[in-house]
Design a protein around this ligand. Structure first.
Ligand code: FES
Length: 134
């Protein structure tokens, strides 16, 4: 079902965990399967210097979170917003069609974490405990 690249990313995920006092964080869930993903970011001068994820989800969700966090480290927040689930799937050389929706969690969690970062910069309070279902 999964290609070797996806299996490797799942078996040896990178950037698992949570950044303490992150500059941005986002938690999203999939309403159908109930899986949840949280991404925390360390951002300096609008550049993502660290990204970590925690995923309560399937192999595809774990593989795509790992790959997505690897892709955005070193990017400006502007560029990270352009990392779509399709790009993450491409980096993993494909996912089974029924697993494409799992890759959407990573894209949406990154977007939410960047929104949180931008809100914090403007001193706008956000409700981080809220899970946004995508
Ligand atoms: Fe829920 Fe993959 S089945 S994210």
């Amino acid at each position: 079902m999964y290609n070797q690249k996806v299996l490797d990313a799942f078996a040896n995920p990178q950037n698992v965990g949570e950044i303490e006092n992150p500059d941005g964080e986002g938690t999203v869930g999939n309403a159908t399967c109930g899986d949840i993903m949280k991404i925390t970011l360390r951002i300096e001068n609008d550049v993502i210097v660290d990204a970590k994820f925690q995923t309560f989800g399937c192999a595809a969700a774990i593989a795509t979170s790992s790959t997505a966090t690897q892709m955005i480290i070193g990017m400006t927040v502007e560029d990270a917003l352009k990392v779509t689930n399709a790009k993450v799937v491409e980096a993993l050389e494909g996912l089974p069609p029924q697993k494409i929706h799992c890759s959407v969690l990573a894209e949406e969690a990154i977007k939410k974490a960047i929104e949180d970062y931008r809100a914090k910069k403007q001193n706008i309070k956000t409700d981080k405990s809220k899970i946004e279902y995508v």
